[in-house]
Every structure is written in structure tokens, then in C-alpha cells.
Design a protein around this ligand. Sequence first.
Ligand code: SF4
Length: 470
Amino acid sequence: MRIKLILAAGKEEALKGKNPFKPLSLTLLAGAVPEHDYELIDMLRTPEIDYNAEVDLVGISFRRSSEKTAFLVADNFREKGIPVVLGGPQASANPFGALEHAGAVVIGEGEKLWVQLLDDFENSGLKDFYVSAPKKFMAEEYSIFQLPELPTLKDIPIPKRELFSRKYDFELVFAARGCAINCDFCSVTRLFGSRYRFRLIQDVVEEVAGFKGYYYLIDDTVFGRVNTYNYYLELYGKIAQLKRKNYWIGQANLDAASHEKGREVIQKAVKSGFIYAAIGMESINKKVLQKSGSYSKMGVGKSEDMLQKMKENIRFIQQQGILISAWFAIGYEDDNLKTYYDTLDFCLEMNMLPAFTPVQAMPGTDLYDRLEAEGKLQDPDKNITNVPHHSMTNQQVVEAMEYVQRKGYSLPVILHRTWFYFKILVRKKDQTVHDVIHKTIFAFVTQWRFGKIMKQETDILKRKTQENAS
Ligand code: SF4
């Protein structure tokens, strides 16, 4: 069977034309049922789709920002009589909307579902929904296949990465799924469960051993949590022993830095090549953190001075030579315009790359459900976010974002942060000259690129605000 798998991307995506990450999910699907003839398309790199190609089935994965494009592409194929299946984070968040444009919708992690879906397609016909989720998916009048429980990751297929012939800066790999924290703006806990599930360590190590350059471990926190530290200690210990050591990056939480064993994990990660952490700090306001459910991942315990404790955790991570970008979602009830500027000062003081977004309520999250129940969701096409704010206007938020981008990524600030990391690396006794040079260049280039992406994202918000005002 000829199958085209597409990662959709809208016209206005900041990574358009320069996505550095080789998409993983499509290669995993191809690996799950490898006997078919697959073509994989990353629209961030290849925006044009050939609708005349001979193909038996099209699968499209999409995020919220690419929903319109995904539906358009799906409609175009269906007009030609080619069956379409939709999946990915936004299909999971908006399954009924997706079903209007597809013969079937995949909700949750797709590898095991793909096996069943292709079998149905070739034999009995597609069902409406294929579901992998911790809770039973209820939809009367629809045909549903749901896995009885979230799948084990011990037999996850080997991704067919070779189907992407283009070169990307980073390979993607994962070791675990699930998150116990359940921040109100995030759908990970609802989709992947609150219990952590792990791949076999040897399988992850073998995959990593095959990489020839940088890679990105996409686990939700690569530093683990109290009940997962042992797994990561063993994993990083084995990766550190590989003959070829590649540098790698990942997402992380702060709490490991406040725990003795968590600190060991961070240090072992560095020994295995870890150089950059994207940390979800979400807010510097205690009330916001408590209400959004993110407080526990800051590792501040019952500390009277929350910010001081956060700073200690940040410093510990930085002192290992790890570059940090700090991700904040601003726009909760307890935020105001000053929050943007205070949070930027916090990032500048702590030498972290500021990554700010106006808070969004994604379908499939607690925040969305709460605002919907309160009748408070606003039209995202007419505003920069669907979360209304009592005091900040769209225009003010755009101006604040522009200021953050300009100041947070000015050349003097980038050089200052690079110098800060260089000094740490030079002082660390276990760093080779190659490590110091490589990591310093990485720190500079990453900031430079990050600044450009932030500018593009801010420009998109600015254009939208101007168009809506005119
Ligand atoms: S934002 Fe991170 S910590 Fe919070 S629920 Fe999502 S994955 Fe878990």
C-alpha cells in the first residue's frame, strides 16, 4: 500500500523553512507497520503538496497552529477520492472537528493504533476514532477502537528515520511518556497519563548510539522526578559510556535541582552530553503557579522566599554548564502588564533565554474546560489568545513581547550570557578544550537563533493585532 504521511505546517509558522528537528512521530508510525511504501513530508521544509501523486492513504499530523492547513490538505486529498486519517496533538484536542475532514481520527499516541487502523482499512473499513488515552473515550453514534490501557513502551517500533532524506540539525528520541503534574494549560497528563511509562534502557541507548550529531530527548522532563531518578541515572550512565558522545538537549523541570538524587541525574546527564535545557518555569508569581498546578515542579517546597529558592535551583543547573531557556505563559488573572517586564528582569538577572507566550487555553486541558464552563473563552481569530484578560489589551501585550524580544536578545545581552557560560565551562574541571569551545559556540548560536524565532512569533502576533484593528 502507498501511504503518504504529512506533518502539516501553516503559512505563518516561525520555524517555516528552517525546522531543525527531524520529525519523529511519522517515522514511528512507518516503523510500526514497515511493510508498506511510505512517503514522509515535513511541511515546515516542503510546503508544496503533490495532490496528483498515486497514493492509497494519507495520514496528516498537526498541531494547533497548523490546524487550518491540515484540514485544507485533507479536503484536497478527499476531493480526489483519497482517504485521509488525521492525528497529532490538535486532532487529539479537537477530534470531532478533525473528523469533519477525515475518514478517521487518531487520538493519543499512535504507534499501536496505527497497526489496528491499517488492518481495518485493508479489511473491514475504518472506524471513526482510534483512541489511546487513560480515560474511556465516550462518543455515542460513532465507531471507536480504544486500547484497553495506555500501551507499554517496551516494544515501541524502531523509527524509520531514513525516510527523511533531508539533513536536520537534531534527531528526536524519547525514553518515557506520562506526567504526574497536570498543569492546567497542558494536555500531556490527560493524553499520556499520570503514571510514567518507560522504554527499555538498552533500546534507547542503541538508538542514541546510531546518531551522528545533536539529538533532542523529548521526554517531558529529562531530569526525571523522585520516582524516576533511578531510570534516568542508569540511562545517562550507559549513554556516557558510548564510544561516540554526541551533545544533546531536552525539556526539564527545576525540581530535580532541589533533590540530592535529582542533582545526581543532572550531573550524569551532563556527563552523557547534555548541554541545553528548555525549562517550563511558567511564572514568577506564586499565586499563578499554585492556581495553574505548576508549583510542584519548581522544587521550592514550603520555602518562604519562592523566587530565591527557584534561583538556587537555576544556579545549580547552570553551574553544570547547562544553557537554560526559561518558558513563561503570561496572562492569568493574577498577571498584569508589569509581569512581562518583571519576568524579563528575572531572566536577565539569571542569564536565561526568555521564552514568553501569552497563555493559551488548548482544548483538552483543564484551563480550557474551566474557561469554557465560565463562558470566558474569547475568539482566538480576533485576539492574540483565546484567554481574555481583565487589564491587558492585545496591543499592550504585543508591545511587551516586542520589548522582551529586543532587550532579551540584543547583541550585548547575548554576548553577556555567552561570557557567563564560558566562565562556568572554563572553571569546570571535567571539560575538555573541545567541550568549552563547542558549548560556547552553541550558547551563542542558540541565543541568536532563538532571538530570531521570537521576533518572528512576535511579528505574527503584531500583524494579527493590526489586521484585527483595521
Ligand atoms: S507542562 Fe510539563 S510539567 Fe506541566 S503537565 Fe505538561 S508536561 Fe507535565
